[in-house]
Design a protein around this ligand. Sequence first.
Ligand code: GAL
Length: 427
Amino acid sequence: MRKTTAVAASAALISLVLAACGTGTAGGAEPSLRSHERVAVYTWWAAGVEKRGLDALVGVFEKQHPEIQFVNDGLMGGGGSSTSKEHLQSRLETQDPPDVFVAHAGAELQDYIKDKHIQDVSGLYQEFGLTEAFPKDLLDRLSTKDGKIYSIPSNIHRANLLWANPRVLEQNGIEPSAEYDSLDAFIADLEKLKNAGIKAPLSVGTTWPQVHLLETTLLADLGPEAYSGLWNGSTAWSDSRVTTALEHYGTLMSYTNPDRDELEWDAASAMVIGGESAFNIMGDWALAAYDTEDKAYGTDYRVVPAPGTSGTFDFLADSFTMSSGILDEDSAKAWLETVSSKEGQVAFNKIKGSIPARTDVDPGQFTEYQKTAIQSFGQDTIVSSVTHGAAVPISQLDAITAAVVAFNSGETDVAGFQAALGASAEG
Ligand code: GAL
């Protein structure tokens, strides 16, 4: 346990002082837990399959730091949806921050840093030995231009994955082990499935999963370098490859379920699990949805790189920050220590579907899919996910999302879509 005796002693003293000042509960009962030895943690993994990973992490925290109370201070909202992000933002602005909150490593943190809502935690990298434990590439992605780090990742997720139901494919004469090297080949199979009577061969969920599908489509048609150029300004949004990608995107959407705007991402995964759809494009948090249903890798489901993207690892990381101006920094640090610890990363990632950010963890203890992800992360070209905060700041993602909504609701055509995406980059 890292909490020092001095810290523990001062904690006890503060509790006593607060109790004496009347901040504790009435009648000399327990001093208020709000004042000390608690950590309020904000995530959007508040329910369903997402909560199971968090529960595993909390289990390790309670073992490593039994003196500190964990408070689940989060709000449901897959992918850190706009509802959960807006709720968090209003808490930050009204000086009612959770002690720590999960965000995505990368550009998503820029505004929190600029507005001084979160603290520089570079010192904890030295203290917890993370500079050696995390891969250099990850440290580079976490660091700001001035070399500071503002969050500690619990994992690494891969976004560009195609999930398939092999039985549905076999029944319809499609080779279930196929990886698609192009979107055209994939679309040809979607058409076959549609003709065979599968109404929604490709399932998709509400807004952000539709942005996620756009991301993997852009990646397929532009390749990793030009895709990354969209976010660093070296690829023009007017590029003809973007036009091709947007046309492909429109075609892909035409094979999806009409009730998509009412479905969370996991309901879209459930359509593949249940055989209603053959395919879903989603990040590897979907593994938890298959595992929860006891589905077997290879027989009940297959997972391969999204069409046209093999050899590229579309990266994102859930990363915990420490809010500014909190009462009990020691408890927040203790949580961050658990998040970064070997034990914490193993317990969490085994369930979450992602891979540990640490490299000193035995890959043998993870699922078959995760072993492939560990290997791919080590050898593939890595690009940053736009839907999941790694590539662009929140305001730009909001503008991209608005462009996707307008296109999918028929308000804009491909040309209008392309122009709106171009405008999103200009701010
Ligand atoms: C991602 C997040 C994952 C998972 C997913 C679905 O943005 O990084 O951990 O929660 O959304 O909610």
